[in-house]
Design a protein around this ligand. Structure first.
Ligand SMILES: [Zn+2]
Length: 78
């Protein structure tokens, strides 16, 4: 019955599962600077760029293999 349905209606009701998950970091203007320079910059400022701003998920449909990406923003409570 299910097969017939899929034959008559060749649409995939996507069932996504997480294929890959990657943390997204903000652009760090201090990256690549020498440790000497970094030493004089306040730790709290540098720390700001070390926290991920979001997570990017790559999702893949279990049935047809269609892929899509999903971005989730991190919300920090202050
Ligand atoms: Zn699908």
């Amino acid at each position: 019955m299910k097969r017939l349905f899929e034959f008559l209606f060749p649409i995939c009701f996507h069932e996504y599962e997480i294929e890959n998950k990657q943390e997204v970091f903000p652009y760090n203007p201090f990256e690549g600077m020498s440790p000497t320079v970094l030493a004089v910059i306040e730790k709290s400022i540098l720390q700001k760029y070390k926290n991920p701003i979001g997570t990017q998920y790559t999702l893949k449909c279990k049935k047809c293999g269609k892929m899509k990406t999903y971005y989730e923003e991190v919300k920090y409570s202050k």
